[in-house]
Ligand binder design. Structure first.
Ligand code: IPM
Ligand code: MG
Length: 381
């Protein structure tokens, strides 16, 4: 029997291509795993009306962790359009299977390292080494939303005692049928957990600062809670500087002085935004790895999406997925394999001989598989 059971979820678009490329490295390392294919993504939405079939959830429950390629998400109306004819009038509504997985398995932490590997011509600067801790189950991604806004909810929000009668007035005036609401719900526990993990990581990895990315001057309650919790957790880590930045300001500061930052911590949506920005500083989404981590389970997926226009072309950069596989190895405790994999990636980037179009320029890139083969070759040498 293999040492590990890993759910294998290519998902949509280029997901399968980058996973096949990453598998070459896992094999070259001698990673002892049984890979169990699991259905997820757009295809299953269209055919079955469910992008995350129950059988997939069962498969995940019987594995140590999952590797995940990419997912295609579309807004509600478009999604219904693409359903199989017999499913069209069933009142089904599309949800993002990855967001659901994060909640279902309580994968509360989205860890996104963004490191500038020397020699990558796409690096914004060569001295960038950031790690984003994104809260992964709460905030704007909680799925508590309405359109149109039901009168019951609107009335509760405008309640004389506990609501905001003055602030709600203009929405009644516009007509509730014209009003959409998405909530940002956050808990002390959620804030505490993500902040503590960020500081703990900083401590264990000799990092000098942790920066909270928020907007407490406007989002007074949620942003305020997060800020208070951040400050209180920071007191347990006297050697690490706690910095606070607003989401808008940090987008500017990261362009001016990204080398000043170290570990970043943020609520779900701000973490989503700032992690794409960080990825852009170290070569773009082709290099951005990520892990959804819970107490007992983890799903490893690169930050990038399914890039439908490149599907089947074998051209996208598999480095993000390969580095994501490294995160899996680390999480499983296979640190030596993780180290070797990262060293091979660093070498291939530094040599610059084999690289995809995003690095070499349009029309000049090597294939996804060629990059995967080159990393695997470095490992075997
Ligand atoms: C990410 C992606 C996802 C997110 C989408 C695909 C739901 O942007 O992982 O950053 O917003 O979390
Ligand atoms: Mg994102």
């Amino acid at each position: 029997m293999a040492k590990y059971k890993v759910a294998w979820m290519p998902g949509d678009g280029v997901g399968g291509e980058v996973m096949d490329a990453a598998k070459l490295s896992l094999d070259a390392l001698g990673f002892d795993a049984e890979y169990i294919p699991a259905d997820i993504g757009w295809e299953f939405w269209c055919k079955e009306g469910n992008p995350l079939p129950d059988r997939t959830i069962e498969t995940l429950k019987n594995t140590d962790c999952a590797l995940f390629g990419a997912i295609t998400s579309k807004p509600r109306e478009e999604a219904v359009e693409e359903l199989a004819p017999e499913l069209k009038d069933k009142g089904l509504s599309y949800f993002s299977p990855i967001v659901k997985l994060r909640q279902l398995f309580n994968l509360h932490t989205n860890l996104r390292p963004c490191k500038a590997y020397p020699g990558n011509p796409l690096n914004y600067r060569d001295d960038i080494d950031l790690v984003v801790f994104r809260e992964n189950t709460e905030g704007m991604y909680g799925g508590v939303e309405w359109f149109p806004l039901p009168e019951k909810i609107a009335k509760a929000l405008a309640d004389e005692q506990v609501g905001h009668p003055q602030r709600m007035k203009r929405w009644f005036e516009k007509g509730l049928e014209n009003v959409a609401v998405s909530t940002r719900i956050m808990s002390r526990q959620g804030c505490e957990s993500i902040c503590r993990q960020a500081f703990e990581y900083a401590k264990q990895n000799g990092r000098k600062s942790v920066t909270l990315v928020e907007k407490p001057n406007v989002l007074r309650e949620t942003g305020g809670l997060m800020t208070r919790v951040f400050r209180s957790v920071a007191r347990d880590y006297p050697g690490i500087e706690p910095w606070e930045a607003n989401i808008d300001a940090i987008c500017m500061w990261m362009i001016k002085n990204p080398q000043d930052y170290d570990v970043l911590v943020a609520e779900n949506m701000f973490g989503d935004i700032v992690s794409d920005l960080c990825a852009g500083l170290v070569g773009g989404l082709g290099f951005a790895c990520a892990a959804n981590i819970g107490d007992e389970y983890a799903v490893f997926e690169p930050t990038h999406g399914s890039a439908p226009k490149y599907d089947g072309k074998n051209v996208v950069n598999p480095m993000a997925m390969i580095l994501t596989a490294k995160m899996m190895l680390d999480w499983l405790g296979e640190k030596e394999m993780g180290r070797r994999l990262e060293a091979a990636v660093a070498k291939v980037i530094a040599e610059g001989k084999v690289a995809t179009y995003d690095v070499k320029g349009r029309g000049k890139g090597d294939s996804t598989m060629a990059v995967g083969e080159e990393v695997a070759r470095q490992i075997s040498q």
